[in-house]
Ligand binder design. Sequence first.
Ligand SMILES: [Mg+2]
Length: 265
Amino acid sequence: MRADLTRIKALLIDMDGVLYRGNMALPGAADLFSFLDDANIQYQAITNNATVDQQMVVEKLRRMGIDLTLEHVMTSGAATAAYLAEHAPAGARVFVVGEDSLVREMQRRGFTMAGTDAQYVVAGLDRTITFDKLKTATIAIRHGAQFIATNPDMTFPLEDEIVPGAGSIVAAIQAASDQAPLVIGKPEPAIFSQTLSAMGVAPDCAASLGDRLETDILGGQRLGMQTILLMTGVTTPQEAAASPIKPDFTFDDIPALLREWRKCL
Ligand SMILES: [Mg+2]
């Protein structure tokens, strides 16, 4: 189907490099949401980061002058909990390798925290990882627990260093348990499909907006969504030109996207 901004009924929005960089809102970030509200287009702001919960994201955005409500924010932790709520028996036993926010997401869905007798092992970034946690996860999976990863990001950038991300912890458990996980976060389609089904929108009426080709754009394409790349984040014009991953639309920034979108409404 031909890409067409007028067909978009729902927008899944990446945050870092799209709405803000560091602790600074990017130009047009707040306008994007007034535009979507006025145009009756549904939206969710989505992050692969499972160490934050929806409330923390809402507060961070508010400090930058972007007002979103909880229902408009999806983290990979919340998506993982939503996925389990759909596919696991109610109250199932879960072992979490992750931080407090991820444990809270699981508890909020009524899952029971367990150890080596867990039916599901959910792994994400855990900055207090220990050998014991890796051991419990490994034993549970070897005893038959299903292995689920919040997101596959191997590293993430701090101010001036690259540090291990969720994917590095997931890789350690995978090595020890000899099991590959089901991955929920981008670029796997689960986080997008979970979000779209909650909104009641079909993928071909939705678009993924992001700054990273291998996650936001590839992930959207895998599900059959339209894709919009913004050049305000990690992708350089050279990389965009050289990459085999081609978004439907590329804009310099949010104001440029909104100018084009307003024209066709
Ligand atoms: Mg990004």
